[in-house]
Design a binder for this molecule. Structure first.
Ligand code: NI
Length: 389
């Protein structure tokens, strides 16, 4: 098969679909228009399509002419609550919502991998399954997809993430831990409200919160193995109603925990609770910690990474396949990779001039879709064909 010719022929459709999704971004579990368009497209290719998986997800099965392995391609499809300022002609038409992470590109690439492979289905051995996952940004879409049975009969999984800070034409991947587990927590503090001039009559939750913020930093510096990696960030501190002279009765701290190691993750979750409660209690108040269930760390299978690298070197050349350091950002692709061996790789999508590139989740986020999307389609298609073997 001449893959490159087929992809070149499909490139106008690929770019049109990505830009259409970009114009009409939808937040997690609201991807109604996006998944309807994907489902129609995939049905048009003759795939077996299931709509409404994990609310707004779509699953499509491409069965080859002969039996064999099953490879799952996963693509996330949701957008972010950001007002777009990129200035591209296909900018978001929905106020306050934007595809600022490239999931529009992920969805379009996976759909077009299906389009390429559908042309050669009579020569395919096994099954290629496509999971279009909702609500990655709120770390809520992958688990219900897994619970709905998306991984049944699947041998391995593959996915990609566009990367605006890496020039188009480059590919990044690493064996083992690649992205962190991301857990969000809220610490609810209760003291006793009082007049600010009579602190002895109250229990000051502002001081309590301050002690806790500082003490939490010791969990990484003093209780975490220096060669292991963890981040604890308190991102929101709220207390009081704007007065100068009232000691507030309650306070709230919101933060995130990032780890790679499952044991360390468990330990720090426990210690954040113990430390917060201990300090609050010692100061005469109380603390309650609630956790937003995050996703585990993204861990790539070393053997599959090696196979993927060989495929990628043939597509982009030896020097364009980079071994990238792990990042502390999270991705619920881990729910799939935790259960099946697989690869999650970075697809460069930025300009060679780094000054032109904006980070993900930025209002002016931009990707070179003309260069990166066809390449991503080829890489993903060739990886799938290799994994089916
Ligand atoms: Ni993303």
């Amino acid at each position: 098969m001449n893959l490159q010719e087929t992809i070149a022929e499909l490139t106008p459709s690929l770019l049109e679909m990505r830009r259409d999704f970009h114009r009409h971004p939808e937040l997690g579990f609201q991807e109604v228009r996006t998944s309807a368009r994907l489902a129609e497209f995939l049905e048009g290719l003759g795939l077996e399509v299931t709509r409404g998986v994990a609310q707004t997800g779509v699953v499509a099965r491409l069965k080859g002419a002969r039996p064999g392995k099953t490879v799952l391609v996963r693509a996330d499809i949701d957008a972010l609550p950001i007002q777009e300022e990129s200035g591209v002609p296909y900018s978001s038409q929905t106020p306050g919502v934007m595809h600022a992470c490239g999931h529009d590109g992920h969805a379009a690439i996976a759909a077009h991998v299906a389009a390429v492979l559908a042309r050669y289905r009579d020569r395919l051995e096994g099954e290629v399954r496509f999971a279009f996952q909702p609500a990655e940004e709120i770390v809520s879409g992958a688990r219900p997809m897994v619970e709905a049975g998306v991984l049944e009969g699947v041998d391995c999984v593959v996915g990609l993430h566009l990367y605006s800070l890496m020039p188009a034409g480059k590919v990044g991947v690493r064996p083992g831990p690649s992205m962190a587990a991301a857990d969000a927590f809220t610490i609810h503090l209760r003291g006793r409200g009082a007049h600010a001039a009579m602190p002895h009559e109250g229990v000051d939750t502002v001081l309590m919160a301050s002690q806790i913020v500082v003490a939490l930093q010791s969990l990484v510096s003093r209780e975490t193995d220096p060669v292991a990696t963890a981040v604890i960030t308190i991102a929101t501190v709220s207390a009081g109603e704007g007065a100068h002279n009232i000691i507030p009765e309650t306070a709230e701290l919101k933060g995130t925990l990032r780890t790679f190691d499952a044991g360390l993750r468990e330990k720090l979750i426990r210690r954040i609770g113990e430390l917060s409660k201990g300090i609050a209690q010692a100061m005469g108040g109380s603390a309650e910690v609630t956790w937003l269930p995050g996703s585990p760390a993204v861990v790539n299978d070393p053997q599959m990474v090696e196979r993927f690298r060989q495929v990628a070197r043939q597509v982009v050349g030896e020097e364009a396949v980079l071994e990238v350091p792990p990042v502390m950002g999270g991705d619920d692709m881990s729910e799939f990779l935790n259960r099946r061996p697989g690869v999650y790789f970075w697809l460069g999508a930025g300009d060679p001039d780094p000054r032109k590139n904006r980070p993900h989740h930025h209002p002016a986020f931009w990707i070179d879709d003309e260069r990166s999307l066809p390449l991503g389609t080829e890489l993903m298609t060739r990886a799938v064909l290799d994994f089916l073997r």
